[in-house]
Write a protein that binds this ligand. Structure first.
Ligand code: HEM
Length: 400
């Protein structure tokens, strides 16, 4: 690892090998490395999105509640240490508990967020404690799900401004699990931007459009309590639910569409992000506007119309997804060759997925122009317990 001072000396030529934290250090940016682990809500939900994600799902290998409690207690201690930039070093053991690959670069605004999948409750004889809102997701139209990449008893979402820091978090927590769980799937992701997104504004997605414009803002406490934070059952107070969908973008279909058609599929201008018929990104999305022929300015199947809260019973969600890109995948049969295997690892938070996300996903997977250009290949839902107090561990109240 090259030090910040050395980085300044080397200059822009080696920019690509420098981590984000080094880049900020080199640029003399104000250090803002640590996000508090303890609080009313888990971090990583309304935290302004960091640049990188490593998201893991695990399956329990035990039916012992005590072993799960011990695991959650170790995971809490380990996460508290690494999010504060300390090494995880429990007293016992000859083998290092911390593999060490983030030693000089952490914490880079690391957050670690834990969740429980619907299958966890059955496996522990806790079926009656499974919240009604935590239903396994149904299949949606066009789903091409890879089951090995879907579901899971537990999830760990690690986000940071350095990809090695998120990798390390998952690596270390897997080691700390001491075989009480096994890894089910792992997804890495990234978000672009001129600088790490410090504000939850919009950033470009892999279709080239601004994304996040009409999202719930982290400072909008009214919307957060209405649409995101859970109050019941008691052990979930201050928590929420997370839905993930791995959505591959079919670039072979999208890339040769005319700009006008791309913009009509989204319902917004590509460059400015303005809604069709408006001038600026933040202008109101007017779903009633018609053109001189009486046709809707924002087409009937435009993504922003289909996903709008106005067509979803007033329901909103908090989106916090990341792009993924992993190698190449075979292209269309008639063209042969390969295409980029990339897309959106959609993550959304809501206080009741059965009312907010399942109906929305039904619409987005049937009536939306984006169905031509996307393929949903993985799916999962998790209950995200409320925040952790010092001296306690994540999800502790589930066991009380
Ligand atoms: C590859 C898949 C997807 C892409 C590229 C995409 C892209 C976008 C873009 C560019 C916008 C407009 C800017 C904004 O307001 O953020 C948007 C809005 C939105 N998207 Fe998506 N999206 C995808 C999948 C989904 C899915 C699966 C859902 C829901 C289950 C969803 C829900 C929403 C919502 C609720 C809005 C705000 C609509 C409004 O009220 O104006 N998106 N999306």
């Amino acid at each position: 690892v090259i030090s910040g001072a050395a980085a300044v000396g080397i200059g822009a030529g080696l920019d690509r090998v420098l981590s984000n934290s080094e880049r900020s250090a080199a640029a003399g940016a104000v250090a803002e490395p640590a996000v508090p682990f303890y609080g009313e809500h888990q971090a990583g939900i309304v935290t302004p999105p960091q640049s990188f994600l490593s998201f893991a799902a695990f399956d329990l290998t035990t039916s012992s509640r005590r072993r799960l409690r011990d695991l959650l207690s170790r995971w809490t201690a380990a996460s508290e240490a690494i999010t504060a930039g300390r090494e995880y070093a429990p007293a016992s053991g000859q083998v290092p508990a911390d593999p060490g690959e983030a030693a000089d670069i952490a914490p880079a605004r690391l957050t670690v967020t834990f969740g429980f999948g619907p299958t966890l409750f059955a496996g522990l004889g806790l079926a009656q404690r499974r919240p009604a809102a935590l239903e396994p997701l149904p299949r949606f139209a066009g789903d091409m799900l890879e089951t090995w990449h879907s579901g899971g008893d537990l999830c760990v979402q690690a986000c940071a401004d350095d990809p090695q820091v998120t990798f390390h978090a998952i690596h270390m927590l897997s080691m700390a699990a001491q075989s009480a769980v096994q890894l089910r799937w792992l997804q890495h992701g990234f978000r672009g931007g001129p600088s790490p997104a410090r504000e939850a504004g919009s950033s470009r997605n892999l279709l080239g459009f601004k994304d996040g414009t009409n999202n719930i803002q982290p400072t909008d406490h009214g919307a957060l309590s209405r649409f995101v934070w859970v109050t019941e059952p008691g052990w979930m107070r201050g928590g929420t639910y997370l839905i993930s969908r791995r959505i591959q973008i079919l670039f072979s279909t999208w890339d040769d569409r005319r700009l006008r058609e791309q913009e009509r599929a989204i319902g917004r201008r590509k460059r400015s992000g303005a809604p069709l018929g408006a001038r600026r990104e933040r202008d109101r999305v007017d779903l009633h506007a018609t053109d001189t022929h009486g046709d809707p300015v924002i087409p009937i199947d435009a993504h922003v119309r289909v996903a709008s809260s106005q067509n979803n019973d007033g329901q909103r969600i908090l989106r916090r997804g990341y792009h993924f890109s992993s190698g190449a995948t075979p292209g269309p049969i008639d063209r042969g060759g390969h295409m980029i295997n990339a897309g959106l690892f959609f993550i959304a938070f809501a206080r009741d997925p059965t009312r907010q996300l399942i109906p929305l996903l039904r619409r987005v997977t049937t009536r939306d122009a984006l169905t031509t250009f996307t393929l949903h290949t993985a799916s999962a839902v998790f209950a995200i317990p409320g925040g952790v107090e010092r001296g306690s561990f994540v999800g502790e109240e589930l066991f009380s």
